[in-house]
Each structure stands twice: as C-alpha cells, then as structure tokens.
Design a protein around this ligand. Structure first.
Ligand SMILES: Cc1cc2nc3c(=O)[nH]c(=O)nc-3n(C[C@H](O)[C@H](O)[C@H](O)COP(=O)(O)O)c2cc1C
Length: 301
C-alpha cells in the first residue's frame, strides 16, 4: 500500500487528468482493467464548455499535441459520474477542477463534494484555455489564493497541478504550499505547435496546444527534481511516463507517485505493467519499499 496525502493506493500509478477520465465508466475501466492505483477525472469547471474546434489532438513522432480547451459538462452534471467512479472503481478518485478565479474554484469543489471525491487536483496549468489553467498558474499570488479558497471549503487533500511553462516552477510550487496544498503535481503539457507544410496551416484547430508523451519526460524529471528540493509537501510526477523504468526515474527525481496520460492511448493496462515492473526492481535492488528510492538522485552526487 502506498499512502499519499492520506489516500491509500495499491500501487503508485495514477491515471492523469483529462485522459479517459470523462465518465465514471471509463474511470472504473482504467482502475479495474488497467490496474491504476488511483484515477484523476477530466478537469471540471463551473459551466458547460465545448472546448476548441477539431482537430484537437494530433500524434507526433515524439508524443502528442492537444488543444482540447477544457471541454466538460460542468460540476452540476459531472457529479453523477463521480458517484459512479466512487462506487465501482475500488480506488481513490481525485477530482480535477478548474475555474477563472478563487471563487469559481471554491464553487466547483463544493459542487462536487456530494460525489464524494477522495481529493481535489487544481488545474492551474492547462496551456491553451484563455483565462483558465496556466493563466492562473503562472501567477504565484493567484495560485496561493486559489489553493487557499479550495482548502477553505473542504478538508479533503488538495493537490495543485503545475505548468512547466514558467521561468521558475519552484516559485509557483511554493505559492501552492503557502496556500495550504497537500501535494503538487508536475507537469501539465509544454506549449507546442505543428504546421502542415503543404497548406501552411497550423494542424490544431486552436493553432497551438500542449505537448505530452516521451518528448516531455526530461522536462518533467527536471521540474520534479527541483520541486522535491524546494518543497516540504509531496510531488507527484507526470509527463512521458510509459514504462516502469520511466516511473522509477521520475521517483528517483523525487516523485512520491507517478501519473500516466499519453501512454494510455496505446494500452490501458500500462498501470499494471509499471507497478509489477517496480516490484521486480524493488526485489532486484533489495529495497523494502519504493520510498527507499524516492529522491535518490538528490543524494547521488
Ligand atoms: C488529450 C489530453 C487531455 C488532457 N486534459 C487535461 C485536463 O483536462 N486537465 C489537466 O490537468 N491535464 C490534462 N492533460 C495533461 C495530462 O494530464 C498530463 O499532465 C500531460 O499529458 C503529461 O503527461 P503524459 O506525457 O503522461 O501525457 C491532458 C493531456 C492530454 C494528452
């Protein structure tokens, strides 16, 4: 069992926000068939939102570019999906939420409480939704205020998901910690763009979007490494994790657990694969627990 901010997980792998987390049924599938230790929902906001026009996701050689634009049915509609996930997934369910200001974040958190999430993850990091996500997550004062506003309406653990698209991610991490965050999650996607050279048109409907998958793993590892050194609260690593080796690397940088997003598109059972790989690694290295090597790269100097 891995305990993270009070959540009991059977292994340290978690479904990342926005990937297969749109319905209660898909969250249950990732937990039951995929073997995830916990699941995070799609980010949910105050009002229904259609998101950006298609194409909103494109596969590249090195990962994915997406500009979904935070499509969601609003907390009022999503609360039933949360109930389903809670009832049938058998794992902790973390509600990812967003808003345009501290009041909206608090409103969404309060609105989802009847669905009984196990924790909240605050999306202050989406790079392609004007007025939301990274627009808030690049400003330390706003990050602190948003975190404090959600902490005020709930006793549940609050995780704050950070953007790598800033000069110093540790300043934002410290702001989340000052606001009362129980953990930070690093990273959301890295700003990116692709252009079709025959037509000259940007490929994504929104023109630009966020890069995920293998290409962002070194960026994520560095962000996790820096946050682990700067903060007291746990860091959850996300970005390009597709194998147990990637997960161990992220944990050696300082991640207490890892989230997996893009890799789920190839196989939903990637969580079982990663957690059994970690178990074999633990035995081979003679570690009693993954905690023995979390942050190891900080000592290896
Ligand atoms: C299609 C897609 C949708 C996403 N939607 C969200 C979202 O709603 N909220 C959020 O916080 N992150 C969202 N993300 C970011 C992922 O949760 C994750 O931080 C990022 O993709 C890096 O991890 P990965 O390389 O394992 O995909 C999304 C990513 C993808 C690819």
């Amino acid at each position: 069992m891995y305990t993270l901010t009070g959540l009991e997980m059977k292994n340290p792998t978690i479904l990342a926000a926005g990937v297969l987390g749109t319905t209660g049924a898909s969250l249950c599938r990732v937990a039951r068939e995929g073997g995830a230790g916990a699941v995070v929902t799609k980010s949910i906001g105050p009002e229904p939102k259609y998101g950006h026009s298609n194409p909103s996701m494109v596969k590249l050689d090195c990962g994915f570019l997406n500009a979904m634009g935070l499509p969601n049915p609003s907390y009022a509609e999503f609360v039933q999906e949360l109930e389903i996930a809670k009832k049938d997934s058998g794992v902790p369910v973390i509600a990812s939420i967003f808003g345009g200001n501290p009041e909206e974040f608090a409103e969404v958190a309060q609105g989802l409480l009847p669905g009984q999430p196990d924790a909240f993850e605050l999306n202050v990091s989406c790079p392609h939704a004007e007025g939301y996500g990274a627009a808030i997550g690049s400003n330390p004062c706003l990050v602190e205020a948003v975190t404090a506003a959600v902490k005020e309406v709930t006793d549940l653990p609050v995780w704050v998901k950070l953007t790598p698209n800033v000069a110093d991610i540790t300043a934002i991490g410290k702001a989340a910690e000052a606001g009362g965050a129980d953990a930070v999650v690093a990273i959301n996607t890295v700003k990116g763009m692709a252009i079709d050279i025959e037509s000259g048109y940007p490929v994504l409907g929104n023109r630009s979007g966020g890069l995920s998958g293998a290409a962002v793993k070194p960026v994520a590892v560095k962000c996790v490494y820096d946050l682990y050194a700067a903060l007291e609260i746990p860091v959850v690593g996300v970005g390009g994790v597709a194998s147990w080796e990637d997960a161990v690397e992220m944990m050696m940088a300082g991640a207490a657990a890892v989230q997996v997003g893009s890799a789920v598109y190839d196989r939903t059972d990637v969580f079982s694969e990663i957690s059994s790989g970690i178990e074999v690694f633990l035995q081979r290295k003679g570690y009693s627990d993954a905690r023995d090597f979390v942050g190891l790269a900080h000592e290896a100097v």
